[in-house]
Design a protein around this ligand. Structure first.
Ligand code: GLU
Length: 372
């Protein structure tokens, strides 16, 4: 039944406020139907990540704030109150379907600064490995105007690329992209597939946004650019009905955006080419053999460190005779890295005084050079 979606390995589903909240109250029956769909995908082996809006709208209701624009502090207070209610609803409704949920609140810096990005990525990855569904929102309570996404469309796209998801589903109050905003233009035609986001496609989005969702089609197209350029396909579909994912899978009207390349390729391009390595890590022959077999680089296989780098920075992996084996993002600052080289991973905590990662460079953060 869910074939067109269950073919993906990892899906991020973004839920807009206007779907989840009506008159500042949670639409429980809708969330239950979505949870049914997600449980079905999860049983089919798909990893699910939810990016949910709704905190501010819910908090507004609980606090009895008047309609209209909120002051920054009021919005933050509303988010603080509403996020608890939101998380509680997810926990209850997903648990009833055998799914564990984990709340992750992110700020802009968490995806834009590499160190924080690696941390957030590791946490979300661990939740998935432990079979929990990450339920993500922007941390609106501490985000200020200058340093926020402000819309969950782009947040969801950044999350999707961060975890190398292969599909991003934006559930919205509209069933996709039209040649012009259909509210102002009755002749606007629906577009089922966007192969590439051109300036013409961008101009179709207009600027429309409803009061509840800050996004509108414009931020959805921006999200599409972020996602598709990193190898994540995107679909905008209507969440106005119950079981919205089942509907998309069964061919309901929606707009698909093709991914440009596979996530692995995009990520590897990013690590291999676009970053300036800030250090050199020399490894022994055993470690090189292990890397060739697809293993991570452990501190035990490292013989020498040079350069001034921080955790999350790109470094070159070298052999003793100066050959570059590959590149990767290192999991330790250079001062700490030097102290643990040649040691077993289980000794790291005793040496550094904290339990760091077992790997110096995790294989997901590494690209090996071609060796003909
Ligand atoms: N993060 C905001 C909230 O919950 C929503 C932003 C958006 O609607 O895109 O409540």
């Amino acid at each position: 039944m869910m074939q067109s979606l269950s073919g993906y390995g990892r899906i991020v589903v973004k839920i807009g406020s206007s779907l989840l909240v009506e008159k500042n109250k949670l639409k429980r029956d809708w969330l239950e139907s979505l949870a049914d769909d997600l449980a079905e995908l999860s049983r089919a082996g798909v990893e699910i990540i939810v990016v949910s809006s709704g905190a501010i709208a819910l908090g507004r209701g609980v606090l009895g704030l008047p309609p209209g624009a909120l002051k920054l502090e009021e919005g933050q207070a509303a988010a603080a109150v509403g996020q608890i209610e939101l998380a509680q609803a997810y926990e209850e409704i997903f648990a009833a379907r055998g799914m564990i949920t984990g709340q992750v609140l992110l700020t802009l810096r968490d995806t834009e600064q590499r160190r924080r990005y690696l941390n957030a990525r590791a946490t979300v990855g661990t939740l998935l490995r432990l079979k929990a569904v990450p339920v993500i929102n922007e941390n609106d309570t501490v985000a200020t105007t200058e340093i926020r996404y402000g819309d969950n469309d782009r947040l969801a796209a950044r999350v999707a690329t961060m975890v190398s998801a292969d599909c991003l589903v934006l559930l919205s109050d509209i069933d996709g992209l039209y040649t012009a905003p259909p509210a102002d233009n009755p002749l606007a035609e629906h577009i089922p597939l966007v192969e590439r986001i051109t300036p013409e496609i961008e101009s179709m989005a207009g600027v429309a946004a409803s009061e509840l969702s800050r996004g509108g089609m414009k931020t959805k197209i921006e999200a599409g650019k972020i996602a598709t350029e990193s190898g994540t396909a995107m679909v905008i579909g209507s969440g106005k009905r119950l079981h919205p994912l089942r509907a998309i899978a069964e061919g309901a009207r929606c707009t698909w955006f093709d991914a440009h390349s596979t996530p692995a390729t995009a990520r590897k391009t990013w690590i291999a080419g676009q970053l300036k390595p800030s250090g050199l890590i020399t490894i022994d022959e055993g470690a090189e053999r292990a890397l060739r077999k697809g293993k991570s680089l452990l501190p035990a296989g490292v013989t020498e460190i040079s350069g001034d780098f921080q955790r999350g920075d790109p470094v070159c992996i070298m052999t003793a005779d100066g050959r570059e084996v590959g590149r990767g993002l290192v999991a330790y600052d250079c001062d700490d890295a030097v102290r643990i080289i040649g040691h077993k991973s289980r000794e790291i905590e005793a040496i550094l005084g904290y339990a760091g990662r077992a790997e110096m460079i995790h294989r997901d953060d590494m690209v090996l050079k071609d060796f003909g």
